[in-house]
Design a protein around this ligand. Structure first.
Ligand code: SF4
Ligand code: SF4
Length: 370
């Protein structure tokens, strides 16, 4: 397992985290087995989305003795009534649920207090106006939460939150289906510039990307913006989907959901996958009409005679569009070959499936970093 910075929080999160939605209503022994196996495999980021008593008690049992090994998210605004999920924007109720969560999990603090599922900008404004963000900030000041996050299915909400200076972590869908969505890369770059940690959910677009050989409709909430009708490749794998997500600018961790140990094992095959197995470039061409000219950092254009890591160089260039931070410059400095080493041979542009003007990108990178 590799670990990445969760933005400026100082937390190191496992590249693969875990969504827990599908573990709701599973037997306790299943929840305990999944969590224990995940932690043994190096997973340390867990997103706890519900507040059903049995769900929390199961996770309380699963995390027993593991508090110092896990990073936990609680969703402020996720509520229940008569065993059914609902949302609330009442700060008092949110605080009661938060404290109940701490008690049922038998812990003293949550790592990320996440403003739950903020649908549109109107709702973002509502969350602020009603004092829910203030509640999260107060919980942080009181030491009951270490950081404030937000989960959303909307790119404009995520971009606004990233620029607000009050949000440490953003959770949003990142998957191949939204690769070329308008505003998505700007949002990723804003997170990278502001040092906001990015938790990528729905790497398989709610399972739609794994429906091999079928024509599926991928809904807006699965792409974070656009609805698509697509024939899914007969050869797509979970490893390729995860590899795609982890190659995107600013992503700290990806949180696939599993409902048993077998599904967890299938997800964790990524850890031992070869570079060939991780290569997603042939799949992303299914979405080519949306992405021509945009680099997806797949490195299909290698080898470069000057030994330039082209995908990584362009990824850093894209990340720095809103300003070169010390972290981005430091990352660039560690590259073994620099953009200025480009001899303009053009072999990369012939191999790139996405018609990226690599030579121009290298010149832009020289201006940006050298
Ligand atoms: S230039 Fe093309 S082939 Fe190379 S990393 Fe970018 S998208 Fe992939
Ligand atoms: S054009 Fe530049 S970046 Fe592309 S393969 Fe040739 S030397 Fe490498």
């Amino acid at each position: 397992m590799k670990y990445r910075n969760l933005g400026k929080t100082g937390l190191d999160v496992s590249e693969i985290g875990l969504g827990t939605e599908y573990l709701n209503r599973q037997p306790r022994e299943t929840v305990v087995s999944v969590v224990r196996k995940a932690v043994e495999s190096g997973v340390n980021y867990f997103d706890l989305v519900f507040n059903f008593p049995e769900y929390l008690d199961n996770f309380g049992a699963a995390f027993k003795g593991l508090r110092d090994k896990v990073i936990l998210t609680h969703h402020i605004g996720s509520a229940e009534k008569n065993g059914r999920y609902r949302k609330t924007r009442k700060p008092k109720e949110c605080e009661e649920i938060f404290l109940e969560t701490l008690s049922r999990l038998d812990i003293d603090y949550i790592d990320v207090a996440n403003l739950h599922f903020v649908k549109k900008e109107k709702e973002y404004n509502e969350v602020i106006a009603k004092g829910v963000l203030d509640l999260a900030v107060r919980l942080k000041e009181e030491g009951k939460a270490r950081f404030v996050g937000i989960s959303t299915h909307d790119v404009s909400v995520a971009t606004k939150a990233a620029k607000s200076g009050k949000i440490d972590v953003i959770m949003i869908q990142i998957n191949m289906a939204n690769n070329a969505m308008l505003g998505r890369n700007e949002m990723l770059a804003a997170c990278a510039k502001e040092g906001v940690g990015l938790v990528a959910m729905k790497p398989f677009a709610g399972g739609k990307l794994l429906q091999r050989n079928k024509t599926v409709t991928i809904a807006k909430y699965q792409t974070a913006g656009i609805s698509l009708k697509k024939k899914i490749s007969p050869s797509i794998t979970p490893v390729q989907c995860i590899s795609y997500v982890l190659s995107q600018v600013g992503v700290s961790t990806v949180v696939p959901g599993v409902k048993n140990v077998e599904e967890l094992d299938a997800t964790l095959t990524y850890l031992n996958a070869t570079d060939e197995e991780k290569d997603f470039s042939a799949l992303i061409t299914d979405f080519k009409e949306y992405i021509t000219g945009e680099c997806v950092y797949c490195n299909h254009c290698l080898p470069c005679p000057s030994n330039i890591d082209i995908g990584q160089t362009i990824r850093l260039l894209d990340t720095a569009q809103r300003g070169v931070t010390k972290t981005i410059q430091a990352e660039y400095n560690t590259l073994p070959a620099k953009a200025s080493d480009c001899i303009e041979c053009g072999s990369c542009t012939e191999r790139c499936p996405f018609e990226v003007d690599v030579i121009l990108k290298m010149k832009q990178a020289v201006t940006m970093f050298d």
